[in-house]
Design a protein around this ligand. Sequence first.
Ligand SMILES: [Zn+2]
Length: 81
Amino acid sequence: MNLPRHPITDLDSLLGPSGFEVTCEQCFELLDRHVELTLAGADADAAVPGMRAHLEGCPACKEDHESLLALVADDAGHGAT
Ligand SMILES: [Zn+2]
């Protein structure tokens, strides 16, 4: 007889690379790296997969990201004193 495929297989394809999203905890840990890469002109979204998707859906982390980005950018601007 034909057994149905294990549900995890379908779930797995559902959560492919494009659907991957970090948790708030991972987001917090990766925030520095993402901001640094962004300011360096690198493709931060590609380097830190799941970050962009999380920021789109999590206002709290998005705010953290934006304030850190502003802070680091400001810091870099005043670094040559
Ligand atoms: Zn979050």
